[in-house]
Structure formats: C-alpha cells, structure tokens
Design a protein. Structure first.
Length: 318
C-alpha cells in the first residue's frame, strides 16, 4: 500500500474525523530514459540560474509568484499553509448529493481515506450513513497548492475521496461536428440491428479481464532486442507515403448482418467485420485480453494471418 501523503480531518457538521489520504492508483506507465544517440549515455537536466547560467542546488530554491514580468513574490511552504490553515488541513463536506447526478466526466483522481485512529467510531458512522442513504459527500480540500472539489464515496467498506474537475474545466461539446439525432441518416432497421448486436455482446463488467496489451508488446520487443544483441540498433522511420483516404460507409446493413450472423455462430464476428470496415467512421475497440492469454495464444505471424484472412473474404465478396 502506498504511503499516506496528507494528514488532516473530515469536517462533517460539528464532527471532526482525523484521517490520512493514500493514493488509490498505481502507475504502470512505461518509463524511458533519454539517451545521447552518439554514445547512448543518459541525458540529464540541471536546475540553473537563468541570469548566470550556474547550477542551483535544491536547498537554495524557493517558490515565487510572477505578479509582473520578471517581478516575483516569494512564498514559503509555511506561508502557503498559513494563508488558510483550516483549508489546508480539512476535507470540508459542504453538501450531499445523489451519486447518479455526478457526470463521470467530472471524476479525476481517487484517494483512499483512512482513519488516523484504528477503529474510529466517527469514521464508521459516516461510512454507514453514506452507504444507507445512497448519497455522496461533496467536499473541498486543499492539496499542495490548489483547492479541489471532491466526492466522498464508499467503496468496498472504505471511504474514497475522488477529486472532481470544476465545471469550467470541462470543455463544451457544442462545437463538435456530430450528426444530429433527427437528421434521418440512420434508419429504424439499422438501429434495431445495432441494438441486437449490442445485446449479444453484453457482458458482466470484469475489469481484471482487461490489460494494457501495448505495454506487453513493447516489453516483449525489449526482450527480443536484448536476445538478438540489438540493444543499440536504431530503426529509422520508413519513407512516408500519402495516407489512404478514408471512405465513409454509406450502407451499414451488410456489416451489421454479418456481425450478427457470426456472433450467433459463435465466431469472433464483430472483430472480423471491423477489419473489413476499417474505413468506417468509428470502429468499436476490441476487448482487451489478459497478458497470460496473449502470451499463450498470440502467434508470431498474427498480422500476416489476419491480413491473409481478410484477403480471402474480400475475394469471396468480389
């Protein structure tokens, strides 16, 4: 479990609940080191004084706010805390709302909420009240140098503080060029067949079944280059050719029909139909496989086999 990075209290009416916050997310992003392509030595960065060019050690660095060009107000960590001591040490619940009212677009970063005192009665009280009421606590909290809006929810018997985006941070979708619901481009029959396809592909949400396949592929490539003693081989990009122009699918019925037929036959129809309709305007992303499945079943000539199958289908349709 990640270490607690914040200590304070939840303000719930007149009740104060001492708590700590721990990150609920774990980063698995690939980490690359920048190298000099001449000798493959790591490239580093230095903090330097822009007026003298000399490097500045961490203990000589302070924080400043630029109020005019090249004019700064210096603010220490203690001054930032003292600016509003209560806000920097309190998760202040300001309202309770129905969880369904919060658009998922507003959710940002979750943190686990842990009581500072083991067996805290006030923590248990708030948790049970939220669970039985079905409400979500809307709170304000200052983390580092910014005040955040947050939702206090219950997940698997634990309070979770999920930071929310402010309304002004959500860009409007009004400028997007999307087809109107009443433009008549989609027939009722097409909608019905699409609904059948969705129904046939419906499944229980099991997040553990999905994994970052691209990360696995990159790590496999790393191991392949190590075994081939090609750790310093640089593959230059091929000469770019003009990208093929996408064609919009006018008649979706054949693709919908074939998808339904292949689905009913127990084959991986939707994926094949998508391969044939790669020029469609918004293909559905195929379900992710687990790493174990990918390792055991992914053939080395996967792309060549798929392309050959695609060619056979096109010849049959011709």
């Amino acid at each position: 479990m990640a270490r607690a990075f914040w200590k304070g209290s939840i303000s719930f009416g007149l009740v104060e609940i001492p708590i700590t916050l721990r990150p609920a997310l774990e980063n698995h992003d690939l980490s690359f080191t920048l190298l000099n392509r001449k000798d493959f030595a790591p490239v580093g960065y230095k903090r330097y004084d822009k007026s003298t060019g000399r490097e500045v050690p961490w203990d000589q660095i302070v924080r400043g706010y630029e109020y005019e060009p090249d004019e700064y107000v210096v603010l220490s960590d203690e001054e930032l805390r003292a600016a509003n001591a209560k806000a920097t040490q309190t998760v202040e619940i300001v309202a309770f709302v129905d969880g369904e009212e919060i658009d998922p677009l507003f959710f940002d970063t979750p943190y686990y909420v842990e009581p500072q005192k083991k067996g805290s009665k006030s923590y248990a009280l708030l948790r049970e009240a939220l669970k039985k009421s079905g409400k979500v606590g809307i709170a304000k909290v200052v983390l580092r140098t910014r005040q955040h809006l947050a939702a206090l929810i219950v997940r698997s018997g634990v309070l979770v503080l999920n930071l929310l985006r402010y309304a002004h941070e959500i860009r409007s979708a009004e400028e997007l060029d999307v087809p109107a619901a009443s433009d008549g481009k989609v027939s009722p029959r097409e909608v019905h067949m699409a609904e059948q396809l969705i129904e046939g592909m419906s499944a229980e949400w099991k997040p553990e079944q999905f994994q970052d396949e691209y990360r696995d592929d990159v790590l496999a490539l790393v191991q392949k280059k190590i075994k081939a003693n090609q750790t310093h081989t640089i593959t230059e990009p091929e000469k770019e050719s003009a990208p093929a122009r996408s064609r919009e699918v006018v008649d979706l019925m054949p693709l919908l029909k074939e998808s339904l037929e292949q689905q009913r036959g127990g084959r991986a129809g939707p994926a094949r139909a998508r391969a044939r309709a790669s020029h469609a305007e918004s293909p559905r992303e195929r379900p992710r496989r687990t790493a174990a499945h990918a390792t055991k079943t992914r053939p080395p000539t996967r792309a060549r086999t798929r392309n050959a199958g695609k060619g056979r289908r096109e010849r049959r349709s011709a």
